[in-house]
Design a protein around this ligand. Structure first.
Ligand SMILES: [Zn+2]
Length: 166
């Protein structure tokens, strides 16, 4: 873990939701937004929401901005007013075992320009050999990108936790 790496702590239910959506058609990218809160060492991801993109292709997922805003507003409306949960970033799938692309990094930096808060990008990448999904993460704050260490708190332990995006 490099010195400036940030943690992406992913709740089991959030990762399960991502895998469920990813598995619908593993060859098609899909994605959405992340809800959670900031922790000293990074970001806690409590919930993943789906933002469908019907124009998705094998290597392209575009977040539909208006759908995302609507879904986010609805989700936040359901929370108690003192809830710490808010928008903390984005997630999407990759149909191959690769981490954040150059476009992904550029996009995260762009999102980070609109907020003072740290934001995360979580990638679920299809790992054919292991017949499963690997996690890659990245965060951005004040336009600066930081490598992310994804911690999946699943029953199978932390075996994916050391995967790191550069
Ligand atoms: Zn991507």
């Amino acid at each position: 873990m490099s010195d400036d790496a940030r943690r992406l702590e992913v709740a089991p239910s959030a990762w399960a939701k991502i895998i469920e959506l990813a598995t619908v058609d593993p060859r098609l990218e899909t994605g959405g937004i992340l809800l959670g809160w900031r922790i000293e060492t990074g970001i806690h991801i409590a919930k993943a929401m789906h933002v469908p993109d019907r124009t998705a292709r094998r290597t392209r997922y575009q977040r539909r901005h208006s759908i995302a805003e609507g879904a986010l507003a609805n989700a936040l409306d359901l929370l108690p007013s003192d809830s710490p949960v808010g928008y903390v970033g984005e997630w999407h799938t990759h149909p191959a075992l690769v981490g954040p692309s150059r476009v992904d990094r550029k996009e995260l930096r762009r999102i980070s320009r609109k907020t003072e808060n740290e934001v995360a990008l979580l990638i679920a990448a299809l790992d054919d050999e292991r017949d499963g999904w690997a996690a890659f993460g990245l965060t951005a704050a004040r336009r600066q990108l930081y490598p992310g260490v994804v911690e999946l708190h699943t029953k199978s332990g932390n075996e994916e936790g050391d995967r790191q995006a550069r």
